[in-house]
Design a protein around this ligand. Structure first.
Ligand code: F6P
Length: 360
C-alpha cells in the first residue's frame, strides 16, 4: 500500500488554493505517496469526510479559483461547534481528528490556511501530529512570510476596480470611495492604491483626519481636478476612533466582520466638501476568480516545498517566502501575530513622494 498524506484548506478562501493542492498532489505522487483531501476545512477531518486526490481528481486545477475541497472559518477542532437541538455547544474534537488520521494511516497533514487554521495546526503539533502549514490569505497579514498567495490576485482585482472608477469619477467630477478588504492590515489598500492611482489611501496603520482628507480633495479641485479617488481599507477606524463592524459571526475563530467605513468616509466627504461622492464596496470579488500568474507560481512553489519537506521527514513548520527564497519556520512563530503595514514601510514613502495622501 502506498504511503499516505492528507491535506485540507481552512478559513476564508482565496485564489491559488487549488494550485497548492495540485502542486502537493503531483509532488506526493511523484514520490509514490497517495494524497487524501479532507472536505470543508477541519470539519472534514473531525467528521471523516474526505476524497482521494489521485491524478484525475487534480486535473485542471492550476488556474481554478476557490477550493475543490471546500473550506470553513467556523470549525476550530479544539472548540468545535456541535448543534444540540436549537443550541450550539462547543467541544474539543482534536482527539477525534487525531484518531481519524491514525485510522487512515496519514503520515503528514498539510493545512493551507491563515491565522486561525495555523493556530490549530500549532496546537495539533503540540499533541504530536505531523503537520505542515502553507500560508494563504488575500490580506497578506500572516507573520513569518513576506507574502501569502492570494494577495497578488486581490491587488490586481482592486486595481482593475480603481481603473474603472477613475473614468467615471472624471466624467462626473465626483469623489469615488473604494472600500477594500484586509482586516486589520492595509496591504491590499496600499498596493492597489499605488497601482490604481488613488489620491488618498486610508489604512488602519496610519491614523487619519477628515481635515487631512478634505485638504487633498480641495487642493486637487483648486488645481483643476474636481474628481478624486479614495481607497479605504475595511479596518480603518472612524473619526471617533471606532472600528466599523458589519456583523459578528459567533462560532468563527475571528468573530468580527469589518465593513461600512467606506460609506462613513464617503458621507463625511460629501457633507464637508460639497462634492458629489459615491462609494463602492468591492467585497468578496477580491477573493474570487483565477489566481494571477504570480500567485500560481508562488502557490506552486509553496506546495512543492511543503510536500518535499514532509517527504524528507520534516514537519511542525509552515513554508514561507523570505525575499525570493522559499523557506520554513516553526508553526509556533506564526499564529496570533498579525503582520500589519509598518508606518515607515518603503511603499508609504513612495506613495507620499508622488503626492498620495494618507489622510494624516
Ligand atoms: O481574511 C480574508 C477576508 O476576506 C478579510 O479580508 C475579510 O475581512 C473577511 O475575510 C471576510 O470574511 P467572510 O468571508 O466571513 O465575510
Amino acid at each position: 500500500m502506498a504511503r499516505r498524506l492528507g491535506i485540507l484548506t481552512g478559513g476564508g478562501d482565496c485564489p491559488g488554493l487549488n494550485t497548492v493542492i495540485r502542486a502537493v498532489a503531483k509532488t506526493a505522487y511523484a514520490h509514490g505517496y497517495e494524497l487524501f483531501g479532507f472536505l470543508d476545512g477541519y470539519t472534514g477531518l473531525v467528521e471523516e469526510r474526505y476524497v482521494r486526490l489521485d491524478p484525475p481528481a487534480i486535473s485542471g486545477l492550476l488556474h481554478r479559483g476557490g477550493t475543490i475541497l471546500g473550506t470553513s472559518n467556523r470549525n476550530d477542532p479544539f472548540h468545535f461547534p456541535v448543534k444540540v437541538g436549537d443550541k450550539v455547544t462547543y467541544q474539543d474534537k482534536s482527539d477525534q481528528a487525531i484518531e481519524i488520521l491514525a485510522k487512515l494511516d496519514i503520515e503528514v497533514l498539510f493545512v493551507i490556511g491563515g491565522d486561525g487554521t495555523l493556530a490549530a495546526a500549532r496546537d495539533f503539533k503540540a499533541k504530536g501530529v505531523r503537520i505542515v502549514g502553507i500560508p494563504k490569505t488575500i490580506d497578506n497579514d500572516l507573520a513569518a512570510t513576506d507574502q501569502t498567495f492570494g494577495f497578488d490576485t486581490a491587488v490586481r482585482t482592486a486595481t482593475e476596480a480603481l481603473d474603472k472608477l477613475h473614468t467615471t469619477a472624471e466624467s462626473h467630477h465626483r469623489v469615488m470611495v473604494l472600500e477594500l478588504m484586509g482586516r486589520y492590515a492595509g496591504w491590499i489598500a496600499l498596493y492597489s492604491g499605488l497601482a490604481g492611482g488613488a489620491d488618498i489611501i486610508l489604512i488602519p496603520e496610519i491614523p487619519w483626519t477628515l481635515e487631512g482628507v478634505l485638504k487633498k480633495i480641495l487642493a486637487r479641485k483648486a488645481e483643476g481636478k474636481p474628481f478624486s479617488i479614495v481607497v479605504v481599507a475595511e479596518g480603518v477606524r472612524s473619526p471617533a476612533g471606532e472600528l466599523v463592524v458589519q456583523r459578528r459571526v459567533e462560532d468563527s475563530v475571528e468573530k468580527v466582520r469589518l465593513g461600512g467605513i467606506g460609506q462613513l468616509v464617503g458621507r463625511l466627504i460629501e457633507e464637508k466638501s460639497g462634492i458629489e461622492t459615491r462609494v463602492t464596496v468591492l467585497g468578496h470579488i477580491q477573493r474570487g476568480g483565477s489566481p494571477s500568474s504570480y500567485d500560481r507560481v508562488l502557490a506552486t512553489r509553496f506546495g512543492v516545498a511543503a510536500a518535499e519537506l514532509a517527504i524528507r521527514g520534516l514537519h511542525g513548520v509552515m513554508v514561507c517566502l523570505r525575499g525570493n527564497e522559499i523557506s520554513h519556520v516553526p508553526l509556533e512563530e506564526v499564529a496570533g501575530r498579525p503582520r500589519t503595514v509598518p508606518p515607515d514601510h518603503p511603499l508609504i514613502h513612495t506613495a507620499r513622494a508622488i503626492g498620495i495622501s494618507f489622510g494624516d
